[in-house]
Design a protein around this ligand. Structure first.
Ligand code: 5GP
Ligand code: ZN
Length: 124
């Protein structure tokens, strides 16, 4: 399986760097975000490297990521009240780690804010 030497989440997914794992199988792993934005903030990543979720991930892997997010939400006790799944893509999307991941956020009422930077402040 291809892990990139220069990729943080490849290193975490392949245990070259340890993290606070909450789920793992051959295809996907999930671990707690180091800077949580909510009581539950877990990142679900494919073990194989893709730059983002629109970088040609097989549909089966994407489905596995959502299934794992669902299982973790249940394990965390946030499934019934609801939660948020977010995936940032590219610079304008606010992606800071270029390895595909889905954020699972929950355990508090989340705001409707979809981003901090007003359009007029964005340099085109
Ligand atoms: P993005 O901004 O790309 O959507 O999300 C990247 C996330 O990775 C951020 O929420 C950030 O807090 C988290 N993160 C960055 N470095 C690490 C790390 O070394 N370990 C863990 N567990 N999370 C990290
Ligand atoms: Zn990677």
């Amino acid at each position: 399986m291809s892990a990139r030497d220069d990729c943080l989440f490849c290193k975490i997914a392949h245990h070259q760097l340890e993290s606070d794992y909450v789920y793992e199988d051959d295809e996907v792993c999930a671990f707690r975000d180091v800077s949580p934005l909510a009581p539950t903030h877990v990142l679900i990543v494919p073990k194989e490297h893709y730059d983002s979720v629109v970088d040609g991930i097989p549909a089966t892997t994407l489905a596995a990521m959502i299934r794992v997010a669902t299982e973790v939400a249940k394990d965390e006790g946030i499934f019934e009240r609801g939660f948020r799944l977010v995936t940032n893509v590219g610079e304008d999307g606010g992606q800071t780690v270029r390895h595909a991941h889905v954020h699972l956020l929950g355990g508090r009422r989340l705001s409707k804010d979809m981003g901090e930077t007003p359009t007029r402040e964005r340099s085109l």
